[in-house]
Ligand binder design. Structure first.
Ligand code: GN1
Ligand code: MG
Length: 361
């Protein structure tokens, strides 16, 4: 921890750094929690941005400034109890630091008295996670998309991932493991479906991009969601990808790394609770056309993430961090199983969506 500790000292505003430890389960950036000797705000989050993935990290910081200013103003004006992480300045006053190996570091405040969880604890937690996404999208729904830079080109455009998959498959020649063959067949059967949201004529709006369960901060005492963190992929996109991602992560109780991928299932009851919480905030800015594509969004994003992991496996693990060879293949199979389960629950999910939307009208 010598390096992160040394960097942390540059962001600690003169306070003594007591401890630096790895934090969270991010698949892209390196994340650390820094503990300070300080009266108030005795921790912050330090991150080294993966510049292989985010090739223009300054754009992330620029978006964070635009985003934070906008949300802070709305929260203040409307008297909401909602928190947004602040960017912390380095010693020289800038909001990032580049080390001697060209590593890009930035620090953000920790949302006090709260924590996040990798899986949903109960239906109440599910409603809070949905509410958090609805609140987040509502707060940025009036932010002009032109004011946000594209921090990651092609992110959540499913047909682009299909193209990358085709390239990786061609370059890699023959793969004859049964699991790879299952994956390839799975993708082939859903080729046309990959275009469904891009062809639907939905509007671009500001989105979060990664609203999975463990990015929602839950207040330790009240159990209420008070923040949605991980703002690197806030950019113009389709809100449907956010909705889908929230359910994809929330309704898979066995998790993204389920040891037995064949046992993975989508839990519609948790899905219903997430959507219920989401719509309390989001129904006001969504249209009939948006509602009509919610089911497709849930199915598509599980498929998309599976496709992304699968492609990365074929390409030699160049995008997502892996803990062992075959990790990305395993993750892909988990998402494909989840997709299959979502497909099997289509009628039930369409009913749930119809009922919840009707309630909000
Ligand atoms: C990545 O690094 P992390 O865990 O915040 C990925 C998301 C995936 C997620 C799956 C920029 O997010 O799109 O949904 O892994 N982020 C990027 O766990 O690709
Ligand atoms: Mg993320």
């Amino acid at each position: 921890m010598e390096k992160p500790t040394h960097i942390a000292e540059q962001f600690s505003a003169g306070n003594r750094v007591v401890q630096v430890r790895e934090f969270g389960n991010g698949n892209i950036n390196d994340t650390y929690l820094v503990i300070l000797e300080a009266q108030t705000e005795n921790k912050f989050v330090l991150q080294r941005i993966n510049t292989h993935v985010f090739q223009h990290p300054q754009r992330i910081m620029q978006n964070m400034r635009v985003f934070t200013e906008h949300v802070h103003r709305r929260v203040r004006e409307e008297g909401l109890s909602w928190k947004t992480p602040r960017v912390m300045a380095a010693r020289d006053g800038s909001d990032f630091l580049i080390d001697e190996e060209n590593g890009f570091w930035r620090a953000i405040s920790f949302i006090q008295d709260s924590q996040s969880y990798d899986t949903l604890k109960d239906l109440n937690h599910a409603r809070e996670v949905g509410y958090a996404l609805g609140m987040f999208q509502k707060l940025i729904s009036d932010l002009p998309i032109e004011s946000l830079a594209d921090t990651l080109e092609g992110f959540h455009i499913t047909p682009r991932y299909l193209q990358q998959y085709d390239n990786a498959r061609l370059r890699n020649g023959a793969h004859d493991s049964a699991e790879v063959r299952y994956g390839m067949k799975f993708v082939e059967e859903r080729r046309a479906f990959a275009h469904t949201l891009e062809k639907a004529g939905l509007p671009l709006r500001p989105i979060h991009g990664d609203p999975k369960v463990n990015n929602v901060m839950i207040h330790n005492e009240t159990g209420r969601a008070i923040s949605l963190v991980d703002l690197d992929t806030v950019k113009p996109g389709l809100v449907h990808y956010d909705i889908g991602d929230c359910l994809r992560s929330g309704c898979n109780p066995l998790g993204e790394d389920a040891p037995d991928w064949e046992a993975v299932r989508f839990d519609p009851e948790l899905g219903s609770a997430i959507l219920e919480g989401y719509l309390t905030e989001a129904a006001a800015f969504l249209t009939e056309k948006d509602f009509a594509h919610i089911f497709d969004a849930i199915r598509l994003i599980a498929f998309e993430l599976g496709l992304r992991f699968f492609t990365d496996h074929l390409a030699g693990d160049i995008y997502f961090k892996v803990k062992y060879p075959g990790h990305n293949l395993h993750r892909a199979l988990v998402q494909f199983k989840l997709t299959e389960s979502i497909e099997a629950h289509e009628a039930e999910l369409q009913n749930i969506i119809g009922r919840l939307v009707a309630l909000e009208k």
